[in-house]
Design a protein around this ligand. Structure first.
Ligand code: ADP
Ligand code: MG
Length: 703
């Protein structure tokens, strides 16, 4: 009933308001009821100024001690209030009227609500909500938490609160249907849906307000669990859909063992196990959907090559997509070396190719002479026509993101192959197998959620003989010493990277920073052979520099983060990373993974700009302690949100209304269990859950 009750039937919703509400995704009363507070403000008690802590959002009372305007480019109004015990708090206003400033006269009492921060002169609040009060006769405090809703411009808290009141009144009349199994509610001791919704919109004084503020109240947990279950169901359905599709069943390869025999190393047990899983998948008549996770340097490329051989040998084409030109070029070299001796033709596509060269390559692809095609995004431009695409390999998936993954899947789905085994004139729609490789170690709970539609293989072992990387964290004040040390090492034959990341999203600034550093080295150590690589170089220029570095014609490579992914120069054993405090741990781990790839003992120096925050210290400390990508990812998840770990681009498919993977990851196994139960036993319930929580997003997921 409320699911189809139009929101414009509520008082105060005209066409203008409706448009704004729709921008928040709200069109029915049910939508409104599921529009839950993001957080709660606690104005139920006063915090003594003696007890303030930065980061807290608190209600405080004090007498005005002083007020003054700061000078400078951006003047601000500072009002100091004082507790009876003589403790101060500064209120800072950037926007204010002259009249407003006049009101803050010494001696008046203020009640303020805001977030405590550390300012230049002790604690402060920026733009707190405030109220002048009569100290003799103070107004009473709120007796419950005040919900704060996600709002949109022109439709604020107060308006939403009014609508919420009406919606909750309607809810009493027309309760929502309970969709969670009674057994689950009972086992976890959770309230039913309607009660939970009322609690969250209008917490009562006798509810456990502490739990609500921390999102650990049973009312919240039951909604979180319901949403996670719906999400898991979506992923399972996606998977089932994929499993029903047809793909060419590829027979076991004979050539693979020839390549393995010719390698200068033996495959690790982990590589063999993962290959086994891949070969098994490829032999099925349904598309493989496998994510191979392996820390940097774990040897994913050879695994990809052996998968490619199985497809090529069976007469199918393979597309290999890399995120950067450098990486594509490196893959071309590796694949050519490995596959051409077996008589498998490889082709390389680059965005920067000359027209004639490109035409030639495309025609080799179209005529299926080229079996394994390597490239960046260019590979998947409309102009590339595969005749018999059997396998798509996406390397370093973390650089792509959900959208691209789905669009690639789509590209695959357009491919229609003639099937010789089916003796009709009709062609059968085939879907290529998919192998996705990533070095981003994704914590288990996240993997289950972000990649829940994929099978997962993990290469959890590094090739033998690798030495751990020693990491030092050094203040930028010692940059000069670090440079001298590096130059000295290089003169002893060590090859080194100097990485200059900047936070600004500007290729130009990045490039400049790298250029400046390269010049500094060249000026002081003219005998040092220095290469420079950044995003503004042309593809072939980059390739040339990389080749020279790999051949040890260069001692030092000054680079931007273009070398983050996949670059493989086993002889390089020293890396300096500037501004390390500004990079994500996953990215630091990726960068650092460029050394320690051979048998040389490797070192990494993380330069930081002091002073470091506590979190900043803790993060760099983790990098010193471990080079286990999984541990780094787990720690990073604790410190930061999942969005940042997966990259914001990747969270497209992870929009939750109430669940938060960082906070609620513990519930995922339970959600998985119950989603499987529901899918098996109660299709009607499943559909309702999907409709309630995912709605239109289902289409996107299946896009
Ligand atoms: P990543 O998993 O980061 O993509 P690569 O595939 O680039 O790693 O492999 C890193 C290096 O290790 C390459 O030089 C590769 O040839 C080498 N390698 C791969 N597997 C093994 C192995 N089993 N033993 C020794 N070296 C290996
Ligand atoms: Mg790689």
């Amino acid at each position: 009933m409320l699911a189809s009750y139009p929101i414009q039937n509520l008082k105060g919703v005209g066409p203008k308001q409706l448009e704004k509400l729709q921008r928040l995704g709200l069109s029915t009363v049910q939508d409104l009821l599921f529009h839950l507070p993001l957080r709660y403000q606690d104005k139920t008690r006063l915090t003594p100024m003696e007890n303030l802590l930065p980061g807290q959002e608190v209600l405080v009372e004090g007498a005005i001690f002083s007020q003054h305007l700061t000078k400078g480019r951006r003047s601000s109004l500072l009002v100091k209030i004082q507790s009876p015990g003589g403790v101060f708090l500064t209120l800072r206003f950037f926007h204010f009227h002259y009249r407003q400033a006049q009101q803050f006269t010494r001696g008046k009492t203020l009640r303020v609500f805001g977030e405590v921060r550390t300012g230049p002169n002790g604690f402060e609040m920026v733009h707190p909500a405030y109220q002048f009060i009569d100290a003799q006769n103070p107004p009473s405090l709120e007796d419950t938490l005040t919900p704060t809703y996600p709002t949109t411009e022109g439709f604020g808290q107060a308006s939403l609160l009014k609508l919420m009141k009406q919606a909750l009144a309607l809810l009493k009349q027309y309760p929502l249907e309970e969709l969670l199994p009674a057994e689950l509610l009972k086992a976890e001791n959770l309230p039913d849906l309607n009660k939970a919704i009322v609690t969250l919109h209008q917490p009562q004084p006798d509810d456990d307000l502490g739990l609500i503020k921390r999102f650990q109240h049973p009312a919240q947990q039951r909604l979180i669990i319901e949403e996670l279950i719906s999400h898991q169901i979506g992923l399972q359905q996606l998977r089932q859909l994929e499993k029903q599709r047809l793909a060419p069943a590829l027979p076991p390869s004979r050539m693979a063992s020839r390549l393995i025999a010719s390698l200068p190393f033996t495959l690790t047990a982990a590589q063999q196990r993962v290959l086994q899983e891949i070969h098994q998948d490829l032999s099925q008549a349904h598309p493989m959907q496998r994510l191979v996770q392996g820390d940097v340097g774990s040897g994913k490329t050879i695994v990809a090559a052996l998968a490619a051989i199985q497809a090529a040998e069976a007469g199918y084409q393979v597309a290999i997509m890399a995120p950067t030109e450098i990486l594509a070029e490196q893959h071309r070299n590796a694949f050519t070396e490995w596959l051409e001796p077996l008589g498998i033709e490889t082709a390389w596509l680059s965005g920067k190719m000359k027209a004639a060269e490109k035409r030639h390559t495309l025609s080799r692809v179209e005529s299926t002479q080229a079996k394994v095609v390597i490239g960046t995004h260019a590979l998947f431009q409309e102009s590339v026509n595969f005749d018999s695409l059997g396998l798509v390999i996406i390397d370093e998936q973390h650089r792509f993101g959900v959208h691209q993954r789905l669009s690639l899947q789509q590209k695959g789905q357009k491919i229609v192959l003639e099937d010789d085994n089916i003796q009709t004139n009709e062609s059968t729609e085939y879907h290529p197998h998919q192998l996705i490789m990533t070095a981003t170690p994704i914590p288990r709970t996240l993997a289950m959620t972000a990649y829940g539609d994929l099978d997962l293989s993990v290469i959890d072992e590094r090739p033998p003989g690798r030495q751990s990387i020693d990491t030092a964290v050094i203040s930028n004040e010692k940059r000069g010493d670090v440079m001298s040390h590096l130059a000295e090492k290089c003169q002893q034959g060590v090859q080194a990277y100097w990485v200059c990341p900047l936070i600004e999203e500007s290729e130009l600034l990045h490039a400049q920073a790298a250029e400046v550093t390269a010049t500094q080295f060249a000026d002081r150590w003219p005998q040092l052979r220095i290469g420079l690589i950044h995003g503004r170089l042309k593809g072939d220029q980059k390739a040339q520099v990389m080749r020279a570095f790999k051949a040890h014609e260069l001692d030092l490579l000054v680079a931007t983060t273009v070398i983050e992914v996949g670059v493989n120069v086993p002889n390089a054993s020293l890396m300096i990373i500037e501004n390390a405090e500004r990079l994500g741990l996953a990215q630091l781990h990726q960068l650092r993974g460029r050394v320690g790839r051979g048998s040389l003992k490797s070192h990494c120096v993380l330069l930081y700009q002091p002073p470091l925050s506590e979190t900043g210290k803790a993060r760099l400390q983790i990098m010193r302690e471990t080079d286990d990508g999984f541990r780094i990812a787990e720690e990073d998840l604790k410190i930061r949100g999942p969005g940042e770990i997966l990259g914001t681009r990747q969270t497209g498919g992870l929009q939750f209304r109430i669940a938060d993977l960082k906070r609620d990851g513990v519930w995922i196994p339970l959600a998985q269990y119950w989603s499987a139960q529901l899918v098996e036993n109660d299709q009607a319930e499943v559909n309702k859950l999907q409709e309630r929580w995912i709605g239109e997003k289902i289409e996107y997921q299946h896009a």
